[in-house]
Design a binder for this molecule. Sequence first.
Ligand SMILES: [Zn+2]
Length: 278
Amino acid sequence: MLSLSRMKSLVSPTLSTLAPKTRRFSLYSQPSRNLLCNPNPLQKPNFFHVKTTMLPHNSPMICIQSHSLNTEASQSPSGEIHVIVGPMFAGKTTTLLRRIKSESSNGRSVAIIKSNKDTRYGLHSIVTHDGDKFPCWPLADLSSFRQEFGSDAYEKLDVIGIDEAQFFDDLYDFCRNAADYDGKIVIVAGLDGDYLRRRFGSVLDIIPLADSVTKLTARCEICGKRAFFTLRKTEEMQTELIGGADKYMPVCRKHYVGGQVVKEATRIASEYQKVQSG
Ligand SMILES: [Zn+2]
């Protein structure tokens, strides 16, 4: 078993060697259960060991792999929870969709839930920024899913995707029950922080429950470097303000801190455009 300091030394090079935009790091485990480890998803996890895996771009990555022991506990249904976080425009929904489609093409029964608060692309489908679409269940809360979906259909369901997870107050209980007792694979995508970089909803609360956590990055709209944060362009103050590129932009640390300057520049540019078009 690796010591904590050894784990830190393995994690930190990953952060410093990442290139802009698409590369991602995994805080605790693999980005895809099909990609690097866990060759047999039916194994019952009873203990763990930590190993490093080299990705194609030579970034070392910590991989926590589960192994089964032939014990009484292994007889109960055992699901999985995978969490995808990051700022807006980091590709969270795209990643969620890719994993769901992969599970579906492997013959598993899948369903995606999204918050009914987000109606930007129509209520009954999730749409990525690339225009990729998938049907989904728009709900006010996760506890109603079983009833809405149907108990029999729920029993047969293998994989549940949850998009915009920050909007669900009952995220913790739903994920715990679905994975621990119902044997479901739950893949959760959501914002870890709001526009003030405070925790958003219950997304961070489920990290102790998770098999894997993947933090994606976007590209800073100002300088093109990796963006970890979401800057709100407008002056509105409420935490939940649904919007896209009209209201938010992904930014690096430097440009987040200088956010007021960016906001001002955006306001001036917007007024200039109005003058030009008027
Ligand atoms: Zn920047």
